[in-house]
Design a protein around this ligand. Structure first.
Ligand SMILES: *Cc1c(COP(=O)(O)O)cnc(C)c1O
Length: 364
C-alpha cells in the first residue's frame, strides 16, 4: 500500500518557496507551508488523484454540500524535530482510526489508514524545512475531509475532498506553563447523548464559540463543559479532555459518545498506569470536584490535547463558587506528564510504548 500511494502522488511545486518565520515569531495556525496534499473521492470510483500542490484557495461551488449541511471532519497531530535532525510523528495511526470513526458517523467513505499515514509522511517529508526546532515548537498537521457535491438535497454527498495542510506552530507556553482560569458553562452544551460529540466535526466547534466568547469577556481562558442531559457531570475543557487529581487518585470521564477520544488522553492514561498511579475512568459530578476542593483534597486539574499537550487549570468558576486549585501553580503530576510526553515526542526520552515514528526521506 505504501509503495502504491508513493508511486501515485503527483507533485506540482511552487515557483518560489517562502521564508519560514523565525521560531520565536510563530503563533498557532496562521502560517501555512508552501504545499498541501489533496485527494478526491467519487462514489463508484473511490479515492483518486493524490497530489501535492501549492498551498492556496480551493475552488468550491456555493452549492457544495459541506457549506450547507456541515458534512466535514478533521484531525490534528504534530511533527516534531529531534536534536539530531530527525522528524517524528506521534501515534498517527490513532488519528487515522479516529478519522474513520468520524467519517462513519457523518456518512462519509472510509480512508485507508496506511494511505492516511503515508500521505502525511510524504507531505511532511516534502515540507521538511518548515519543521521548527526551538523548544515547544512543532509542525501542526491538519488533515481535513469534506463533502463537495453540488446538491442541496439532504443526503450524503457523492463526492469528497481530503486535504492535508501544515502549519509551523510556536510554543504554547512562551513564558512557561501558567494555570488557566476556567468558566463552567451553565447553559449551552457541547454534545448530547446520541449526537456527534465523539466525532471531530466542524459543528461541534461552531456551537461552542458563543459560550467561549462570553467566558472570555468575563476574563476566563476556557469553558468547562458539563453533560448535555443533566448538566451535572464534567465532560471536557475547551477542546481538550480533562483530568483531576483528588488525593492520590486521578479521574477522567469515560468515552460514552459525548466526549472526543483524545490521543493525548489515551497516552496520559498509559503513562499513569505505567507509573502505578491510581487512575479512574468514570463519571465525575462537578459537585464532587467542588467538595474535594473545599475539603482540601483537590490537588491538580488539567486539560490534555495535541495543541497544548497538558494545560494546567488554576481556577474553576461555577456559578457563585470560585474554586482555586494548586494555589495557582502547576502541580507535580501535571508537570511530570507534560515533560514525559514532550520528551517522548521530541525523541529525548525512551519511547517504551512505540508511539513515535520517524518521517523517512522519500522525495528529497
Ligand atoms: C481534538 C480534541 C481533543 C484532543 O484530542 P487529541 O487527540 O489529544 O489532540 C479533545 N477534545 C476535543 C473536543 C477535541 O476536538
Amino acid at each position: 500500500m505504501e509503495g502504491l500511494m508513493r508511486a501515485r502522488v503527483q507533485v506540482q511545486e511552487v515557483e518560489q518557496r517562502r521564508e519560514r518565520p523565525r521560531d520565536e515569531d510563530l503563533g498557532f495556525g496562521k502560517v501555512f507551508t508552501d504545499h498541501m496534499f489533496l485527494m478526491d473521492y467519487v462514489v463508484g470510483r473511490g479515492w483518486y488523484d493524490p497530489r501535492i500542490v501549492p498551498y492556496g484557495p480551493l475552488a468550491l461551488p456555493p452549492g457544495a454540500a459541506v457549506l450547507h449541511y456541515a458534512q466535514t471532519i478533521f484531525e490534528g497531530l504534530k511533527a516534531y524535530a529531534t536534536d539530531d535532525g530527525r522528524v517524528l510523528l506521534f501515534r498517527p495511526r490513532e488519528n487515522a482510526r479516529r478519522l474513520n470513526v468520524s467519517a462513519r458517523r457523518l456518512c462519509m467513505p472510509q480512508l485507508d489508514g496506511e494511505d492516511f499515514v503515508e500521505a502525511i509522511r510524504i507531505l511532511v517529508d516534502f515540507e521538511r524545512r518548515w519543521v521548527p526546532s526551538a523548544e515547544g515548537t512543532s509542525l501542526y498537521i491538519r488533515p481535513l475531509y469534506f463533502a463537495t457535491e453540488e446538491n442541496l438535497s439532504l443526503k450524503p454527498s457523492a463526492t469528497y475532498t481530503f486535504a492535508i495542510i501544515l502549519s509551523p506552530v510556536g510554543s504554547y507556553y512562551p513564558r512557561g506553563m501558567s494555570p488557566t482560569r476556567i468558566f463552567v458553562e451553565p447553559e449551552h452544551i457541547r454534545a448530547a447523548p446520541g449526537g456527534v460529540g465523539a466525532a471531530k466535526t466542524g459543528g461541534n466547534y461552531a456551537r461552542c464559540l458563543q459560550a467561549e466568547a462570553r467566558a472570555s469577556e468575563l476574563g476566563y481562558d476556557q469553558v468547562l463543559w458539563l453533560d448535555g442531559r443533566e448538566k451535572r457531570y464534567v465532560e471536557e475543557v475547551g477542546a481538550m479532555n480533562v483530568f483531576f487529581r483528588i488525593g492520590d487518585t486521578v479521574v477522567t470521564p469515560p468515552l460514552t459518545g459525548t466526549i472526543l477520544p483524545g490521543v493525548t488522553r489515551d497516552s496520559v492514561l498509559h503513562l499513569l498506569e505505567e507509573w502505578g498511579v491510581d487512575a479512574q475512568v468514570r463519571r465525575i459530578p462537578l459537585a464532587e470536584i467542588a467538595d474535594a476542593c473545599e475539603a482540601g483534597g483537590l490537588q491538580e486539574a488539567f486539560g490534555v490535547g495535541t495543541a497544548a499537550v497538558i494545560s494546567p487549570i488554576g481556577e474553576l468558576r461555577w456559578g457563585d463558587m470560585q474554586l482555586k486549585i494548586s494555589a495557582g501553580r502547576t502541580g507535580p503530576l501535571t508537570t511530570r506528564l507534560y515533560e514525559t510526553l514532550v520528551g517522548i515526542q521530541r525523541g529525548n526520552l525512551e519511547d517504551r510504548f512505540g508511539w513515535t515514528e520517524e518521517v523517512p526521506r522519500i522525495l528529497a
